[in-house]
Design a binder for this molecule. Sequence first.
Ligand code: SF4
Ligand code: SF4
Length: 474
Amino acid sequence: MILYSFNMELSNLNIFIPLRSNKGLIHNTLSQKTLLLNVNQFEKLKELKSSNKIESEIPFDFFLKLSKIKAITASAKGQLKNLKNSDFEIKQNNEKVMLTIMMTEGCNFGCKYCNQGLEKSTGYVDEKLMEKISEYILNLDPLPKELEITWYGGEPLLRSKEIIKSSTFLKNICSKNNIGYNSIMVTNGYFLNGQLSKDLYEAGVLISQISIDGDKISHDASRYVVEGKGTYEKIMNNIKSSLTSRMNIVIRVNTDKRNHKNLKNLIEDLHKKTILNSKYFSIYFAHVYDPKLNMLENQENVDSTLLSHHEFAKIQFDMGNYVRELGGSIAIELPSNQGECIASRKQSFAIRPDGSLFKCYIPIANPDESFGRIENIKDSMESRTFKKWNSWSAFDHPNCSGCKLLGSCRGSCRFNYISNSYKNEEFKCPPSKYFTNEYIFQKAILDGLVKPHDWDNDKSKTKIDDLRFKPITI
Ligand code: SF4
Ligand code: SF4
């Protein structure tokens, strides 16, 4: 065996998962890759964890494997420093611009937990405003390489014709200027029939995210157009016909105390309706959070229906397993997108029909969170509100800067950290963090690295404290 002598350090972004028979997994959150370690390798790395230094001889192929997943590095501090710099560079440059366009404030539903308040106006984004949005994009220097538009509302499909026209308009501008275009829509699904999906797809809207409030009984009790007449079956029929148009459908299941016990019924129904197994379909479970966090007046009190983070995390994990058991795909598990969103990318924002701008779409109904107006974008980006959102970095925050998930999560949703109303909330991480080891292990099964019996119920489970390292000043 060729042994290799080197002087390297273990990355701070490694997660070690002990398995049965003293084997283990090492997962690095920067590369988001996992290696299976045999008894000797696992013991060796565990020993080294205390000093973080590797000054010994190890087999060359093992060295290569560890390097490839970024689990070892010339300097652990240097790795974080480089990551911080590249993260800053990526998020401040123009390469990718993401805009959330609130096509209309109006909605045909009246969900009690809606974070836009219960009184909605009927304003919508007209051609003039679309012109201003396109001017903004074309004035960027250099031009972006990629434009991602999210059509949002209210219920955006109350203005479906305008979405098709506006998306086609932006798609054509992008094609003339060599900018990649892709677009997503967030809808309640009520109007999304098969023909409309085809037209939207041709206009560049490739994904629709549809919110569902649990199984038929739970959904119909909370999402109705006329009280007593639910919308579940209509939405399911719409999903089925939309899937034939190649539109990708993602269901977001809003989960709270009222519906969590019946979620298996929903999954089974999706399976029965042959939706769950479509290659164009995926699902995820979302924690209904407190609409009070938007500091809106006249907000209904829904405290008694909210699940704790831990309660939700367990449901999310169990239901994800059930979806996979029945052959479906899960859209979101452990955070993996490096905190990328409109709030973190400097040139990205959400816009309301009146032209006011926001760094995040959640507080879009709260005028105090607006950083300015589209006609005045340059000055708007100098505002205190803009700077508050744009300057936040996970690398400087005490919670994230010592977290091993920093590589893939990067603070995830910065709304949790920045919003004034959220500052007293204790847990700001994606709830899936409570099941970090379990998610990594499941992925390792799918990758053929381990078998289910390798899991050790005493040793392998996630321990939140093990996900921290001593923050380093970089
Ligand atoms: S502390 Fe939470 S939000 Fe921050 S990186 Fe870790 S998991 Fe993500
Ligand atoms: S801060 Fe959070 S809610 Fe706001 S756009 Fe980013 S990920 Fe979405």
